[in-house]
Design a protein around this ligand. Structure first.
Ligand SMILES: Nc1ncnc2c1ncn2[C@@H]1O[C@H](COP(=O)(O)OP(=O)(O)OP(=O)(O)O)[C@@H](O)[C@H]1O
Length: 404
């Protein structure tokens, strides 16, 4: 059982669970049954009934002032549901939440706003919901409007705002009123770059006095802000801890497959096989390489029709499919190949200095003479670079520090 240790623990979540029903009719029927049993003083059914599933299952954590918890997981993992329970929008079926202080929330686009009221009126509404008096909001309202950068439109009804404008106003209210606990659900994805950078700066500024729970699919953003992480999978916590990099690795590993995708082929050559020649170990199917060891790839193709020289391009993409490196390309003369139309070659890069994480190889080939593409395949191979140091930057370059 978790215990409130000191004043700085602002959120305690114990055994939190919430179930939903996949079918609306059944859901209404269960709702009615639960209502009747509540009136009779009985508790709701804790077990799953037909067509029900756990959207959030047995979640436990605590959060202190100054900590930012990243909630990550695939679509439908339960992140928004957990946030809505914390914000009191949904009742849990089991478990307990202890919250100390004022909770500001940026949960759904426009949620918490009254669409027919103006931006200014909504600032007062939201402030009141957060527990601020009119006088306190009066003192902050100009700052909020300035921060949102939508002064021109502040007296227009919110229903005419763009998505970005709603986020701007929502974030301005939530951040400028400096709640003790701030819940942020993916909404930053809607803002333009300028506003996102401003929000990140503000988060840095308010974080020492706030506990933040941040839902996002953007791992660079999560690793930039969060000091703790929960990886949710089908409502359950797959990882909870302060090793943000580890949580992110586990998240990416769920998406790493060895299924390649042919983007283009003119059927002159076909990839038979690609192999990493010198893996130090394997995690499941994924070959692993120590940072600074040689990357050596072996390719085997079948030549399907008579082609002359071909240029091969080997591209390394990171886990978010950003192409981070191109291996120097080279041309290989294919001609009419004797050995059953098979051609094989290896490509080697010495002492690879990509930072720790999962990468995939994209591959393309074109005719040397005409530069015409003949084959393009993504994700022909997934591999992992191992290093004890976490680095979000694509490369961890070997260096030596010398004191003079
Ligand atoms: N009101 C509801 N009634 C029934 N099922 C619901 C309800 N709200 C959410 N769910 C279901 O609960 C599961 C978790 O949804 P949730 O929105 O929490 O996921 P998420 O992790 O936030 O996903 P995303 O990354 O797509 O935003 C999903 O299967 C969703 O369909």
């Amino acid at each position: 059982m978790l215990k409130m240790k000191d004043d700085d623990v602002l959120v305690i979540v114990e055994g939190l669970s919430k179930k939903f029903c996949k079918d609306l009719k059944t859901s209404l029927w269960y709702g009615m049954k639960d209502l009747v049993s509540n009136i009779r003083g009985n508790k709701n059914e804790k077990k799953l009934r037909d067509k029900e599933f756990w959207a959030v299952k047995d979640i436990n954590f605590e959060l202190q002032r100054g900590e930012c918890l990243g909630l990550i997981g695939h679509n439908g993992a339960g992140k928004s549901t957990l946030l809505k329970i914390l914000n009191g929008l949904i009742n849990p079926d089991a478990g307990k939440i202890t919250i100390r202080g004022r909770v500001g929330a940026l949960i759904e686009l426009g949620a918490g706003f009254n669409p027919i009221l103006s931006g200014r009126e909504n600032i007062y509404n939201n402030g009141a919901i957060l527990g601020f008096t009119k006088k306190e909001i009066d003192a902050k309202v100009e700052e909020i409007i300035d921060f949102s950068e939508i002064r021109e439109f502040i007296d227009m009804p919110i229903q005419n705002y763009s998505s970005g404008m709603k986020v701007r106003l929502g974030f301005a209210v939530a951040a400028q009123l400096e709640p003790d606990i701030l819940l942020i659900d993916e909404v930053l994805a809607v803002g333009d770059l300028g506003f996102v950078l401003k929000c990140l700066k503000t988060i840095d500024k308010i974080l020492p006095n706030t506990a933040i729970i941040f839902v996002s699919h953007s791992m660079p953003m999560v690793s930039r802000i969060c000091s703790k992480i929960i990886l949710l999978d089908s409502g359950k916590s797959l990882y909870l801890g302060k090793d943000v990099g580890k949580g992110i690795d586990k998240y990416y590993a769920r998406f790493a497959t060895n299924e390649s995708n042919i983007i283009f082929t003119d059927n002159t050559i076909a990839l038979e096989n690609i192999k990493l020649l010198n893996p130090s170990s394997y995690e499941g199917d994924i070959p692993q390489l120590q940072w600074r060891s040689d990357l050596e790839l072996h390719f085997k193709f079948k030549i399907l029709s008579n082609i002359p020289s071909v240029e091969f391009f080997v591209i390394i993409a990171d886990k978010e499919q950003r192409q981070v490196a191109l291996l120097e390309s080279n041309k290989i003369t294919c001609g009419i190949v004797e050995d059953n139309g098979i051609i094989e070659f290896t490509v080697k890069h010495d002492k690879i200095q990509l930072s720790k994480g999962i990468y995939s190889i994209n591959f393309s080939a074109r005719l040397h003479s005409t530069k015409e593409p003949i084959l393009r395949i993504n994700d022909v191979l997934v591999f992992q670079i191992l290093h004890e140091k976490e680095a979000w930057e694509p490369f961890l370059l070997e260096s030596k520090f010398k004191k003079k």
